[in-house]
Design a binder for this molecule. Structure first.
Ligand code: SF4
Length: 635
């Protein structure tokens, strides 16, 4: 739409300016543009030392393809310095520790909001400062204003005024602006839980890294958008013809049973459950579905059946997809008919389920219920899963005595209680576990004595600014561990690069794995910057996409020039992270637990090998042209 809004919440000023066309050519859109705007901020003001202070900048926006007919063109971007990925307090328990102030984080979300923001006339909302009292933002029909957050958006819980559940906020604001779409912080974000997300459409989230907490720290409750503007096209007829061609490419990929895209309309992401457990769905052997806080990758098959791909298919209903999704259609509603968790919602995603299986939860209906609660409270399901698994082990070993922890592997009820205590910060346990991991470890070491430090650290795989590992146990996959370890948005992220299929097919060798990870990271930077979904099946650096992009924007790219944009974006993010304090010490940290071999399953005997990993890291830095210490150069 060619318009960016600069919003300073401290003095409630709004400045709407034309988009920077040169920057759009170099950084594409969404994630790339936002990275460049955050880099400007960090270069001008220095590192954002506290992500929950007014100095953090958060940007919500979209990209040129959004709201067009391109399949999956409904994914928006949100970027900020993450709250979970920090390690600011001296950590004597960690060799090589140096302060880390939080990493540049990009979060992608679908739903309607990103496209509705575009229809309202805006590409990016660049939000700085902190409002003195609770506010919200309205972007409606080309206008933008900061308004006081209504009393109706709040309630009193345990004697404290706190924002309502996300569905209530969305319903209220839909009533205020008919036909609008909203993203909002839930109670967890309002209470500054470091892994709080932003929620739109009741179940779509800017999930990882703590965007909800950044909203909360700014006294910003929600952003609501409404409009009827349509995208403009540099060459409309050409776009239409090429759009039909691209549509056929995506459709064919979904109809090809040898492609994993063919499972998505039915199983969504949950096909990975069978793949990770036993090699089902075009896999090899499985044995890497995390179990008991990443101790194992396999467990009792009879228990697994209760939470398998098939088990979640049994509660799945009709599709509930993002705006402008076509063919791939990964999301379905879900309904549990009876029992304590009866109700309607959406089928949880693979990563959510896997990380709750990692807590030894094999009650499908409880997982469905917890997923609904996480959406209502604004909690990132993935980091929550990692935090829970760690807390269960800490409880087992006696380190959470005095916090009233009833957490226990396999106990869904205790998790249901804990998510509420965390979101509402209503107990000592909730206050402890809602913090980034290094604060948790420091507090427990202070209570239990320095001699206990290693035992405490052993339980916490999110230590040292980790985001939390995703739902693949990485012990047998050095490439995936590298993807986790080097992701710009923090240790444990799986979306910036993904190696499992390639490693199962035999990819190995330090240089080969490093290049594969780096190329994946480049490609993902592009897909995010184009406002598309991870599951988009066409190559954005090839025809017909390149010509389609030119017909849309008037910007011509060759495969090489667009790939160069992806590398530029990834490099710039790394540069920001270097300023924020990230270097090799962060990348090379291996949680002690992951060095212990799997004891059972297809990969028994395997663990993360530090020497192998460090060799891959050397090759990875060489690939990018970074220093041996992992620092990205200034240019
Ligand atoms: S494939 Fe799934 S996540 Fe991607 S755009 Fe479609 S519904 Fe959304």
């Amino acid at each position: 739409m060619g318009k960016w809004a600069w919003i300073n919440l401290t003095d409630r000023t709004v400045r709407v300016e034309p988009a920077d066309r040169a920057r759009e050519k170099d950084y594409v859109g969404g994630r790339g543009l936002q990275a460049s705007l955050i880099a400007d901020h960090v270069l001008e003001h220095g590192p954002v030392k506290d992500p929950l202070s007014p100095t953090n900048r958060i940007i919500v926006g979209n990209a040129a393809p959004n709201d067009t007919t391109i399949p999956t063109a409904g994914r928006g971007s949100c970027s900020f310095i993450g709250a979970m990925t920090r390690s600011p307090e001296p950590a004597s328990w960690l060799p090589g520790w140096r302060p880390l102030a939080g990493l540049i984080t990009h979060s992608s979300s679908g739903g309607l909001f990103p496209n509705m923001l575009k229809r309202a006339g805006f590409d990016q909302l660049i939000i700085d400062g902190r409002a003195e009292k609770p506010v919200r933002i309205e972007a409606v029909e080309g206008g933008l204003r900061v308004v006081d957050a209504e009393d109706e958006l709040f309630e009193t819980v345990n004697g404290r005024k706190v924002i309502r559940k996300t569905s209530e906020i969305i319903d209220f604001l839909s009533g205020r602006v008919r036909g609008s779409a909203t993203v909002c912080a839930g109670p967890a974000g309002w209470n500054l839980v470091d892994f709080a997300c932003l929620t739109g459409d009741y179940h779509r989230n800017f999930g990882r890294g703590g965007a909800g907490a950044v909203f909360g720290s700014k006294n910003l409750a929600a952003v609501t958008a409404y409009g009827k503007q349509t995208p403009s096209y540099a060459a409309p007829e050409k776009f239409k013809a090429l759009g039909q061609e691209l549509d056929r490419v995506v459709k064919a990929s979904v109809e090809d049973p040898s492609r994993t895209a063919s499972f998505r309309p039915t199983t969504g992401t949950t096909w990975w459950l069978d793949r990770a457990f036993n090699g089902g769905y075009l896999g090899v052997r499985g044995g890497y579905l995390p179990w008991h806080n990443f101790d194992e990758g396999e467990f009792d098959p009879a228990e697994y059946e209760k939470v398998s791909t098939e088990a979640f298919l049994k509660i799945a209903g009709k599709h509930a997809v993002c705006n402008k999704c076509r063919h791939i259609f990964c999301t379905r509603t879900a309904r549990v008919e009876s029992g304590p968790y009866a109700g309607s919602g959406v089928r949880p995603e693979f990563e959510t389920i896997a990380l709750w299986i990692n807590c030894c939860i094999t009650d499908r209906d409880a997982i469905f219920h917890l997923n609904r609660l996480a959406n209502e409270l604004g909690v990132d399901t993935m980091t929550f899963g990692s935090v829970m698994a760690g807390a269960m082990e800490l409880t087992e070993k006696g380190f959470l005595e005095g916090y009233g922890s009833r957490l226990k592997f396999g106990d869904a009820q205790a998790m249901i209680a804990a998510i509420q205590e965390i979101a509402y910060q209503s107990s000592d346990l909730g206050r402890l576990l809602g913090s980034h991991s290094d604060r948790v470890i420091s507090e427990l070491v202070a209570r239990n004595g320095a001699a206990a430090a290693n035992d405490i650290l052993y339980c916490v795989t999110t230590a040292f600014g980790g985001l939390g590992y995703a739902g693949i146990n990485p012990k047998a996959f050095p490439g995936m561990f590298t993807a986790y370890g080097t992701s710009n948005r923090g240790r444990g992220d799986h979306t910036y690069a993904w190696t499992i299929q390639a490693e199962e097919a035999g990819l190995k060798g330090a240089a080969e794995l490093a290049a594969y990870v780096a190329e994946g990271q480049t490609g993902k930077a592009l897909v995010d910057s184009l406002g598309l979904c991870d599951f988009f099946t066409a190559d954005v650096t090839a025809e017909p996409f390149l010509s389609l992009y030119e017909a849309l924007t008037g910007i011509a790219h060759t495969p090489e020039s667009l790939k160069a944009c992806g590398r530029r974006i990834y490099n710039l993010e790394r540069r920001v992270n270097s300023i924020q304090g990230r270097d090799r010490a962060y990348d090379s940290f291996v949680p002690p637990k992951l060095k212990v071999p799997l004891s059972r399953g297809a990969h028994a005997g395997q663990a993360v090998d530090e020497a192998v990993y460090n060799a891959i890291l050397d090759a990875y830095y060489r690939y990018w042209g970074w220093s041996e210490q992992g620092l990205a150069p200034e240019k």
